[in-house]
Design a protein around this ligand. Structure first.
Ligand SMILES: Nc1nc2c(ncn2[C@@H]2O[C@H](COP(=O)(O)OP(=O)(O)OP(=O)(O)O)[C@@H](O)[C@H]2O)c(=O)[nH]1
Length: 360
């Protein structure tokens, strides 16, 4: 799937850069253009390979919005024409989708990403997806409250919102901050493989996954979730039937970007590995298992030919917002918003009825 990436805010920029680098290093050619937008100049300076654009200089003078996501919304809104102008040549006629990438807990990305998605929807015919990072449980109430409003607005504006929970892809005991590098690397690899599904050059055959399968899976809208797992594979495909089952199980049950999200409206299973090591029977079995596990709907599928001694399973779920994990997060966000309102009693009544309102 040929994509254009737009990172908003610090996390958005860093993850966009990682994705662009992974795609280039692997030679996939799925990432057609990448731009990072921020109201903090220093964050943009630390990026090497993506193009950058500063917004809100007249309001915050390049210093960021300090976690104020309403200000993040405002600065994106006031500079939207320049932002859309910079996309010329980066979003091309080849682009099959645009991904807006942001950490949802901060200010610039949290507030800016939904506005940007809204405007991109007016300009482009391709699907506009969000790739959003949810704050981990221990990240503090401002982050939780910001992310709640941002997610609510993104779900309204984007064709689908792929969520990565900051608590999911790092080692036990590692702090979230310390784990950013690990998490970003995992996002780059997993989401990078998803982008490259359908772009794989070698071994083109009937069973090879096509990018339309990804787009059709995301057509369910709402929240999307990505899972991934690999194991060393045998050279003989006949010996890899249980491996295919085992990686598929792990990808869904322990390897997703949003733990415990298994109820969905659509699903895609991509099996990656050397074409002659991919067991047809094992792939069929895994697909049937995934169908049962996710509620009985038809599971799309395909191979991703990759020169590797491992067999990997990439599971994409669409319409996964009914999961307990999302409910738990939204509850956290509501509580955080309540706590903030209690602190600023002057304004308490003003917000009382509209907890987690949309950003705009
Ligand atoms: N996975 C991941 N999450 C990050 C990273 N950097 C920040 N975050 C998360 O993103 C949220 C904060 O968003 P940032 O992107 O830092 O903030 P911003 O959008 O630049 O907004 P301001 O700094 O307020 O202008 C928090 O939930 C952080 O935990 C990162 O490199 N990787």
């Amino acid at each position: 799937m040929k994509v254009a990436l737009i990172g908003v805010g610090q996390a958005g920029g860093k993850i966009t850069e990682r994705l662009a680098r992974f795609d280039a290093d692997m030679g996939f050619g799925a990432v057609q253009g990448a731009l990072a937008i921020n109201s903090a100049d220093a964050d943009l300076q630390s990026l090497d390979i993506v193009d950058t654009q500063l917004i809100g200089a007249d309001r915050v003078n390049g210093h960021g919005v300090g976690g104020d996501n309403e200000l993040g919304t405002e600065v994106m809104q006031s500079d939207i024409q320049q932002v859309l102008g910079s996309l010329d040549g980066r979003v091309t006629s080849k682009s099959e989708a645009i991904f807006v990438v942001a950490g949802l807990g901060g200010g610039t990305g949290s507030g800016g990403a939904p506005v940007l998605v809204h405007h991109l929807q007016q300009v482009y015919d391709v699907p506009i997806y969000a790739l959003g990072v949810l704050p981990g449980r221990n990240e503090g109430s401002l982050y939780q409250a910001n992310a709640g409003r941002s997610l609510k607005t993104l779900l309204r504006e984007a064709d689908s919102t792929l969520l990565i929970d900051n608590d999911s892809w790092h080692e036990q005991g590692e702090s979230v901050e310390g784990a950013f590098e690990t998490i970003n690397e995992k996002i780059a690899q997993r989401v990078g493989l998803l982008f490259a599904s359908g772009e794989a050059i070698e071994g083109v055959g009937e069973s090879v996954v096509d990018s339309s399968e990804v787009i059709n899976t995301l057509r369910a809208g709402g929240v999307a979730v990505l899972g991934y797992a690999t194991e060393i594979a045998s050279e003989d495909s006949g010996e890899n039937i249980t491996t295919a089952m085992s990686v598929s199980r792990q990808a869904l049950l322990t390897g997703t970007s949003l733990p415990d999200a298994t109820t969905a409206d659509s699903a895609l299973l991509v099996i990656a590995g050397r074409p002659d090591a991919i067991p047809r029977k094992g792939v069929e079995k895994s697909r049937r298992w995934l169908e049962d596990e996710t509620g009985g709907m038809q599971v799309r599928g395909g191979d991703f030919p990759l020169d590797s001694d491992r067999l990997g399973a990439l599971v994409l779920l669409g319409g996964a917002e009914r999961s307990d994990r999302i409910e738990a997060f939204m509850e956290r966000a509501r509580e955080a918003t309540d706590a903030q309102e209690t602190e600023s009693t002057d304004h308490a009544d003003q917000f009382a009825d509209d907890r987690l309102e949309n950003l705009f």
